[in-house]
Write a protein that binds this ligand. Structure first.
Ligand code: AMP
Ligand code: MG
Length: 511
């Protein structure tokens, strides 16, 4: 239990708590021994309208470790279920997290503020309710990197060390993360109530989600079918965005898919280095279920589980009709994903789709497909491959050539003898007579130079966790917060790991 409430208010609102009784357990966070601030996100605090002047470092440490809460917090652990690696678990829920309130940000959007690692809850299922410094800082770092890359994501407001050990395979220093999300409602939240055949609860949740995230659905003749479509569209866009920067979520269980369309739960995630759609880093993903190239089909699988929860709402009287309608929506996912993927790739090539239809033409598709083939065949670093196009645009393809193991192999299966040079010639032709320097500047604004390189992330987290040294973390954080800007950061922040390091790299859930 926290000692007391602090006599300050953060202007919290509590719509989830107030409108959805029975969807959570109310409880206080656990006090911690010796809170010490690791990182505070002042930019995000400002965005949330938090008055930082009232927050001394001591207050921040107390508030964001859960040692004490503001007067207007209303902590709850949310109930959810989920399919984990394809197996349904009827009760998961916030086993180590508490939603403490909602804030309306500077853009007028409602955002959840939640503590993660704040102690056991009725959903802990034998877990200790805690989090360790390494995984907390990983979530902080990757969330900021994704946000800076323009990808919808939950973000960290604070990371506070607890001064208490956490028992994992070895003893680790503990920490609490404060996570900000559009909401924490997951596919698994719907599944929790659907699995118990609580159709009216599913309806209440769906109505809440429509009001909070997808108000357009309420205009539609079948608002629940429309909700399914809007959620699917949002996910299709998100996953294309992930894949265009080489992001592999690693554990796309249905409880880790946020209905609002944000990336959530940075556990065994990683960034691909050499382009290969089969890339998997997670130590527990033996079958490659969540491999880079499987992400769109897994998203459809998850959305099918979401659709199942909505069937009685989509058509109460005729379940066959409900299934047919939902299937028709799910069938739009892959084409929608592909459209985002090709349009996104086109943008990364400095080109645009058809002005009227916003579609990618056949010639453009072929150019993109051949580019991916060239990346794959040459085991080209995905990030630098795109980045060095800017140099190629200004007549210097050497950098690109230098990062391919096979620069002059045939890039296209149906065009014999095509090599990088002839692909570049086709590309330049499509660029037309736009000034090359202008093209290069555009390309450097869409193709990042700084992603959180796996080896640098591990190095930074190890320094913080093992030695209490935050300097590598902060330097890396600064680099990934400027993903498109190469000038102020040392070259090591844009360099891949060795092929050997990447071949042996494994990620863990870190719970
Ligand atoms: P995750 O793998 O982080 O997506 O979590 C899956 C489920 O396990 C969720 O219900 C979490 O709340 C729960 N969980 C993960 N770690 C812990 C922990 N250390 N203590 C209690 N519950 C946990
Ligand atoms: Mg999770």
């Amino acid at each position: 239990m926290p000692d007391s409430r602090l006599p300050i208010s953060l202007n919290f609102e509590h719509t989830y708590h107030d409108q959805l009784p029975g969807f959570f357990a109310a409880l206080e966070p656990h006090a911690v021994a010796q809170p010490r601030l690791l990182q505070f996100n002042t930019g995000l605090a400002n965005e949330l309208g938090i008055n930082c002047e009232q927050l001394t470092p001591e207050i921040i440490e107390d508030l964001f470790s859960g040692n004490t809460l503001p007067l207007d917090a209303n902590p709850i652990a949310q109930a959810y279920a989920g399919h984990q690696f394809g197996n349904f678990v009827p009760q998961l829920g916030d086993g180590r997290a508490l939603l403490i309130g909602e804030l309306i940000d500077q853009n007028g959007s409602r955002r959840d503020v939640a503590l993660k690692g704040s102690g056991i809850t009725p959903f802990s299922r034998g877990g200790d309710g805690k989090a360790a410094v390494g995984p907390v800082l990983r979530e902080y770092l990757i969330g900021e990197a994704m946000h800076s890359l323009g990808i919808p994501t939950t973000r960290a407001l604070a990371a506070v060390a607890t001064g208490e050990p956490v028992m994992r395979e070895q003893k680790l220093p503990g920490a609490v993360l404060t996570r900000v999300a559009s909401s924490h409602i997951r596919v698994g939240t719907f599944q929790f109530f659907a699995a118990r055949q609580l159709t009216e609860s599913v309806r209440k949740l769906a109505d809440y989600v429509i009001q909070r995230h997808y108000p357009d659905a309420s205009e539609s003749p079948n608002c629940y079918l429309s909700l399914l479509q809007l959620v699917a569209d949002q996910q299709a866009k998100l996953i294309a965005q992930w894949m265009l920067v080489g992001f592999i979520h690693g554990v796309m269980n249905t409880d880790n898919m946020a209905i609002a369309g944000e990336t959530i739960d940075y556990g065994p995630c990683a960034f691909m280095e050499a382009y290969n759609p089969e890339t998997v880093f997670s130590s527990i993903d033996h079958g490659g279920r969540y491999a880079f190239g499987n992400q769109p089909s897994i998203a459809v699988w998850n959305l099918a589980r979401f659709a199942e929860t909505l069937l009685p709402l989509i058509n109460e009287a005729d379940s066959d009709a409900a299934i047919a309608d939902a299937t028709a929506v799910l069938d739009t996912f892959i084409p929608t994903f592909q459209n985002h993927w090709y349009l996104g790739a086109l943008k990364k090539l400095g080109l645009a789709g058809n002005k009227d239809t916003d579609q990618v033409g056949e010639q453009q598709r072929a150019l993109i497909d051949d580019w991916f083939q060239w990346l794959a065949k040459g085991k080209v670093d995905y990030t630098l491959g795109w980045r060095y196009l800017a140099d190629a645009a200004t007549g210097n393809p050497c950098k690109l050539q230098s990062i391919s193991t096979a620069p002059n192999h045939s890039a296209s299966d149906d065009t014999a003898n095509e090599n990088l040079e002839s692909w570049l010639a086709r590309w330049r032709k499509q660029l037309g007579n736009t000034d090359p320097e202008t093209v290069a500047t555009t390309l450097r604004g869409v193709n990042p130079i700084h992603i959180p390189r796996n080896h640098l992330v591990e190095e930074a987290l190890a320094a913080a966790s093992d030695d209490g040294n935050l300097q590598p973390f902060e330097t890396l954080l600064a680099a990934v917060k400027q993903p498109f800007d190469d000038s102020p950061h040392a070259p090591r922040y844009s360099s891949p790991a060795t092929a050997e390091y990447t071949a042996n790299y494994r990620t863990f859930c870190g719970t």
